[in-house]
Write a protein that binds this ligand. Structure first.
Ligand code: FES
Length: 341
């Protein structure tokens, strides 16, 4: 597919209309909610596979004819459709000035849900459908200074930001061991690299306390690191701004049990108070599609035939909520739900 083909023009128009629609119809666009805009949809080819660290490979994707790809900014991700149909989101970790390829990196999770293991089977020449790029982790280019805190594979969205920030930025990079930490050889010499096996457990509060007044603080890593940052940054530095991205599902807060019936098969599952509707559905329908598990990509949107939904997503308009729900975050208000699934 050519990036400048006529169909691309239509997609650009559709994307613009989608943005316009959201700007004029969503009542509150106040930050920090990331919003999913319609992106490009194309079939790329794997051009290079590189081992970047233990259990981490990078994949370089390009269009078959080497055409220009849509531009992107630090913090952006693409949706990757794996051969099984699984849809996963990966941060772009290459150079935004390189317009003919995208680079993503994937850590293989032995006990994960299969997406990372499947991504690791991709080989040079394999076709891969991708969508995007989209950006839910916006890099503010005008901050006076930056503190970046990346843990493990959380380095992927941070890496282009570090390059863009230049001398205004400082990166603290956490990991289990140097062998497990990708892209060490691409980082500037001033990076503070802290593998667990070379020292004490990192003190997140102490790291954040080093941010200058007014700094933009970007954190990407496991839930414990994000939670610690959210808890303590503003006590430590009230004028800083905090920007986080998580790769894992949101925890369920204040959930209640309810029954959920899949109308097409008649199967009913009980959704526990501490699990998502999506998790319960997956017990009886393993091929149900999902991606972000945080209520912003829309992949898990399903029609609701009956029941009252407590919407907890950050995507659907009021009109879309009438008759639909995002099962990765939204739940019943208490009674049973019947889904069009
Ligand atoms: S999986 Fe992304 S909104 Fe549910």
């Amino acid at each position: 597919m050519r990036a400048d083909a006529p169909t691309t023009g239509l997609r650009v128009l559709a994307a613009a209309l989608d943005v316009y629609k959201r700007v004029v119809t969503v009542p509150a666009l106040s930050p920090p909610n990331p919003v999913r805009f319609t992106g490009f949809d194309m079939t790329a080819v794997v051009r290079e596979v590189r081992v970047e660290a233990r259990d981490v490979v990078s994949l370089t994707l390009a269009l078959p004819g080497g055409e220009l790809l849509p531009s992107w900014r630090p913090g952006s991700h693409i949706d990757v459709f794996l051969p099984s149909g699984r849809q996963r989101q990966y941060s772009l970790c290459g150079d935004p000035r390189e317009r003919r390829s995208y680079r993503i990196a994937v850590r293989r999770l032995a006990d994960g849900e299969g997406g990372s293991r499947e991504a690791h089977t991709l080989a040079v020449g394999d076709p891969v459908r991708i969508q995007g790029p989209r950006n839910a982790f916006t890099f503010i280019e005008t901050a006076p200074s930056y503190l970046f805190l990346a843990a493990g594979i959380g380095i992927t969205p941070i890496l282009p930001m570090v390059r863009a920030a230049g001398a205004r930025g400082r990166l603290v990079y956490l990991g289990r061991s140097r062998e497990s930490m990708p892209f060490l050889d691409e980082l500037p010499g001033s990076v503070d690299i802290r593998p667990d096996d070379e020292g004490a457990t990192p003190d997140i509060a102490a790291i954040l306390a080093s941010a200058r007044p007014g700094a933009a603080v970007y954190v990407c890593g496991p839930p414990a690191v994000l939670t610690a940052a959210q808890r303590c940054l503003f006590d430590l530095n009230p004028t800083a701004s905090l920007h986080t991205e998580r790769f894992s599902a949101l925890p369920v807060l204040n959930g209640r049990d309810f029954d959920l019936t899949l109308a097409r098969t008649g199967v009913t599952v009980r959704v526990g108070s501490g699990e998502t509707a999506l998790a319960a559905i997956r017990r009886v329908k393993s091929d149900v599609v999902y991606s972000c598990r945080q209520g912003f990509c829309g992949t898990c949107k399903i029609g609701v035939r009956s029941g009252d939904v407590e919407h907890r997503d950050r995507l659907l308009s009021d009109g879309e909520r009438a008759g639909h729900m995002l099962t990765c975050v939204s739940r019943s208000t208490g009674g049973p739900l019947v889904l069009d699934l």
